[in-house]
Design a binder for this molecule. Structure first.
Ligand code: HEC
Ligand code: HEC
Ligand code: HEC
Ligand code: HEC
Ligand code: HEC
Length: 365
């Protein structure tokens, strides 16, 4: 008996090895791997997802106790996202606990069985979008925290132009491109009652999901890929000059060939002017905006020490919500320009019922 032990063991291992190779062939098709893990890790290390110093991952460091609260952990903590996925054994699609500080969007956040299998994104409005495959993870963290119904509830039936101390600025949150992409399907903008809004911006089949355009690790866009169909592009900055349908002049500046980015910014600029006119003429307290906290402050010409704006009316809450939304999606011109122009157009129209807003040249997509 002893005499056969070694040969049997060898045969056993050889067969085992062969079986593993065969299983491996089935599970992992021998796709070409254009990138080494080292190259991938370097790209990730230079991205915002790895930036441990950024406010996104260090805001809670000095708190006592130093934990990231349940409401914030899903997107600001690796542990929080794994908890949200249910990968830690807890219930899926909800964060069950606060989590320790000190993590970033690390490899395991995206590379674990639950994230790989995920094909649904649940938005703050409650809307559920399926069929985005792996990219549904990206949208989970880039969905913002507020939506149309939230704004509607906050203002309820309050008189439009009456200052109410219960009211304040409603901030949709930051880098919300994952929600803007889906337009009215997830209602990240404040949508005026009785108006229709476009849903998902389809673009073209091969450049539709987050990781079709964004490198999953560097997060960057590769302009040369876009240049194949958009000859105006050679550098990243040129993306702003892309324009396909040159028949409509949304912002009414007489230029139908400028990039869709500039159409969007044109309307955005008009919206800022209208908000300032409204604050001054109807509320009687001038207002200003900056892309930092407090976003809306009293126009006292002191930008060093800004005083948060404190005379809010329902009409102002809705208008400032939509204005800020466009700022916090720097890719909005690509993600869904028509949706953003629609919500801004309707905001201008709404302000135009009480102050003078010249909309004659504007076109609603
Ligand atoms: C667990 C949450 C989470 C997931 C999942 C996630 N992100 Fe992010 N993302 C963030 C946070 C937080 C930041 C801001 C990081 C910072 O401030 O340094 C960010 C930043 C970014 C940026 C800004 C560029 C940069 O370098 O900072 C882009 C673009 C981006 N993410 C795209 C994506 C894409 C595409 C995916 C899917 C492949 C994705 N994100 C998945 C949370 C997430
Ligand atoms: C749905 C995902 C999500 C949730 C939930 C969330 N955040 Fe964020 N947050 C983000 C993303 C994405 C950014 C983009 C960071 C950037 O702009 O670099 C961000 C940015 C921020 C920033 C600004 C960072 C900067 O660089 O300016 C602060 C402050 C912040 N979040 C606080 C919070 C707090 C507090 C909570 C909980 C009450 C919270 N967040 C919940 C996704 C989320
Ligand atoms: C924000 C999510 C995210 C993070 C963080 C992330 N990955 Fe990925 N990774 C992906 C996605 C999505 C793919 C699928 C490839 C694609 O669509 O580009 C991928 C693909 C890969 C691949 C296969 C590449 C190929 O060519 O087949 C490797 C290896 C990999 N990632 C390693 C890593 C490592 C190592 C880290 C950490 C340093 C990391 N990933 C962090 C999302 C992520
Ligand atoms: C058709 C291509 C395309 C698709 C699809 C796409 N994006 Fe973008 N995204 C862009 C472009 C272009 C920009 C602007 C980049 C610039 O100006 O540097 C951008 C910007 C962003 C930014 C801000 C980057 C920054 O530096 O502040 C985030 C975050 C983002 N996208 C997330 C997403 C998410 C999440 C998805 C999927 C739901 C997605 N994107 C789908 C093209 C795309
Ligand atoms: C296979 C060809 C193709 C590729 C590649 C491509 N696009 Fe497009 N793009 C189109 C077409 C076609 C449209 C018009 C779609 C529509 O709105 O009906 C378009 C529309 C756009 C628009 C909106 C223009 C407008 O007038 O509203 C932007 C912005 C844009 N693409 C950016 C990009 C970026 C950024 C990339 C690279 C990540 C890219 N595209 C890659 C074909 C392409």
């Amino acid at each position: 008996m002893k005499k056969y032990t070694w040969p049997l063991l060898i045969i056993f291992f050889l067969l085992g090895g062969l079986a593993m190779i065969l299983i491996g062939q089935v599970a992992l098709p021998p796709e070409p791997r254009p990138e080494s893990v080292v190259a991938i890790s370097d790209k990730w290390a230079d991205s915002g997802h790895a930036d441990a110093e950024s406010l996104s991952f260090s805001l809670w460091d000095d708190r006592d106790p130093a934990v990231i609260p349940v409401a914030c952990a899903q997107c600001h903590s690796a542990f929080g996202y794994l908890d949200y996925l249910g990968e830690d054994g807890s219930e899926a699609n909800t964060v069950s606990d606060s989590h320790p500080v000190g993590s970033v969007v690390s490899c395991y956040v995206c590379h674990n069985p639950s994230a790989h299998a995920r094909d649904i994104t649940i938005f703050p409005s409650g809307a559920e979008i399926e069929g985005q495959g792996w990219s549904s993870n990206c949208a989970e963290c880039h969905a913002g925290r507020r939506h149309s119904g939230f704004v509607e509830n906050a203002i309820a039936a309050l008189p439009e132009d009456e200052v109410n101390e219960e009211l304040g600025f409603i901030n949709v949150h930051y880098l919300v491109g994952g929600a803007v992409r889906f337009g009215s399907e997830v209602s990240v903008g404040y949508e005026y009652p009785g108006k229709e809004y476009v849903g998902f911006y389809e673009h073209v089949p091969d450049y539709q999901r987050c990781t079709d355009c964004h490198d999953a690790h560097s997060l960057a866009i590769t302009p040369s890929e876009c240049a194949a169909c958009h000859p105006v592009v050679s550098t990243l900055a040129d993306l702003r000059d892309i324009r396909m349908d040159t028949t409509q002049d949304f912002d009414g500046d007489g230029d139908t060939r400028e990039g869709i980015f500039h159409e969007l910014m044109g309307v955005h600029h008009l919206l800022y002017e209208a908000i300032q006119t409204y604050a001054e003429e109807v509320i009687g307290q001038p207002i200003r905006y900056a892309a930092r906290s407090p976003n809306w402050f009293i126009d006292n010409n002191d930008t060093e020490d800004p005083i948060p704006y404190d005379n809010w009316t329902p009409r102002l809450v809705k208008a400032t919500y939509n204005y800020h939304l466009v700022v916090v999606d720097p890719g909005g011109f690509m993600h869904n320009a028509r949706y953003l122009i629609q919500v801004m157009y309707d905001t201008l129209e709404d302000l135009g019922t009480v102050v003078t807003v010249d909309m004659d040249q504007l076109i609603r997509p």
